[in-house]
Design a protein around this ligand. Structure first.
Ligand SMILES: [Zn+2]
Length: 385
């Protein structure tokens, strides 16, 4: 029988727990299985938010999370009155947003047993927002279930994580991702294997690469950067190229969406609107939206640069593998020649230093360092022998 959990790849160990909890909750049992605060952690792309949403569906659905009924469908898109999915477009979730959320979820569930809040980026709550959230989670006896998602346990305040039941998702295997791309997305086996391999088990990224030619050609350009580094000038050029590609990629994804959002908003105000106060209201709302969109695009550029840095890191990782005689586990098999020649030219310890520099740059970016300056500093470090 179809289930909302079918889409989770390589997460059998947690599906079992979630199904048991949903079943216990249906029987009305206040057992240990069913707690009202859960924390889903896992590396990017492991599907932590998909797991949380699937759980939300199975708590709401009257047929064990069938994935087909109107409850399942509306829960998935946050269109269900008892399910709220918080997706952060900005860099942080502020205390005002949490307070607003709390007033929305304060009343009892309208239809079934639970009101479910899925917070996709619980690691982005500010400290004061976390404290407001904590108060809500601590309140026992309510019919609200909190499903928080974060990359690791350390990304969430200890006070919050100690109150949650923790589920750790795994990075799905290359084989599992390949199979999903072939079976579900109808992608050719060769392309599926390539995309699964270079995406390192990040299923969303794998699908994006497998279905998007521009993304593949961008990736190719980025993967050539290590070979182009020789002089200081070339390092600065490479940094600029990386930021340009990432910005362009983020722009193509967001521009169309931004336009549609603005148009929708204007239409909402335009319908039956006359008089000056409506016009002022519309202008103000558009301005607010534009501010949000700007913050979202900043985040998208950062995410895109981060993805590029991870890609470049796999190049150096492959170089180390070759240098230590471990050829079979090469990720970028399409670049075998380049990797081997690089490996024969640079000493192993310098390659490891380069990987460290890449990881440092990612950390700095995550702490809001300026993208171009960060990339310039990084590329200069990648030049050395
Ligand atoms: Zn259903």
């Amino acid at each position: 029988m179809a289930s909302v959990f079918d889409d989770l790849v390589g997460q059998e160990h947690i599906i079992e727990i979630l199904q048991a909890a949903a079943a216990a909750s249906r029987e009305g049992a206040q057992t240990q299985e069913m707690t009202h605060a859960w924390l889903f952690t896992g590396p990017p792309g492991s599907g932590r938010s998909s797991a949380a949403v699937a759980f939300a569906q199975s708590l709401i659905c009257r047929s064990n999370g069938c994935g087909n009924c109107s409850d399942c469908n509306s829960a998935k898109t946050s269109g269900h009155p008892d399910v709220e999915i918080i997706r952060t477009e900005g860099l942080s979730i502020k205390v005002e947003e949490i307070r607003e959320l709390l007033t929305r979820v304060a009343w009892a569930p309208s239809m079934g047993g639970w009101r479910v809040v899925v917070m996709e980026d619980a690691d982005r709550v500010t400290d004061s927002a976390a404290n407001a959230l904590l108060k809500a989670i601590e309140e026992s006896g309510t019919r609200t279930v909190w499903l928080l998602c974060a990359p690791t346990l350390h990304d969430v305040l200890p006070t919050i994580r100690s109150r949650c039941r923790h589920l750790q998702l795994r990075t799905p295997s290359i084989e599992a991702v390949t199979q999903v791309l072939i079976n579900r997305d109808k992608i050719s086996p060769d392309m599926a294997l390539f995309a699964a391999k270079v995406s390192q088990g990040h299923i969303g990224r794998a699908r994006y690469l497998a279905t998007n030619e521009v993304a593949r050609s961008n990736r190719k350009m980025i993967m050539q950067l290590p070979m182009q580094l020789g002089t200081l000038a070339s390092a600065l050029q490479a940094a600029q190229a990386l930021v340009d590609i990432a910005t362009e990629e983020a722009k193509t994804t967001s521009e169309l969406r931004d336009e549609i959002e603005i148009k929708k908003l204007q239409e909402a105000y335009g319908q039956g609107a006359t008089g000056r106060s409506m016009a002022t209201g519309a202008a103000k709302a558009v301005k607010e939206l534009e501010k949000e969109q700007k913050s979202r695009s900043t985040r998208m550029v950062r995410d895109s640069i981060d993805g590029a840095l991870i890609d470049i890191a796999t190049f150096y990782r492959d170089v180390v593998m070759v240098q230590s005689g471990n050829m079979e586990s090469m990720i970028n098999t399409d670049m075998r020649d380049e990797i081997e020649s690089y490996a024969s030219f640079y000493p192993e310890h310098s390659t490891i230093l380069k990987i460290n520099a890449l990881m440092d740059a990612r950390t700095n970016l995550a702490h809001s360092a300026a993208p171009l300056v960060t990339c310039e500093a990084l590329m200069c470090q990648l030049v050395r022998k």
